[in-house]
Ligand binder design. Structure first.
Ligand SMILES: [Zn+2]
Length: 50
């Protein structure tokens, strides 16, 4: 079985200028989550439904 990984982009939390940062790409493993090292935003794996 292959690990499913999705890519997400984070460039800060919008209107909060303090939390803004350069655009970075994060990889989220299936059934896992990743936290943005800049702003602490959490991204949870969400399977795309086509
Ligand atoms: Zn971020």
């Amino acid at each position: 079985m292959r690990d499913k990984v999705i890519k997400v982009v984070c460039e800060g939390q919008g209107n909060n200028q303090v939390a803004q940062h350069p655009r970075i790409y994060l990889q989220v493993q299936e059934n896992s989550e990743v936290t943005c090292p800049y702003c602490g935003k959490e991204f949870v794996y969400e399977p795309s439904e086509c």
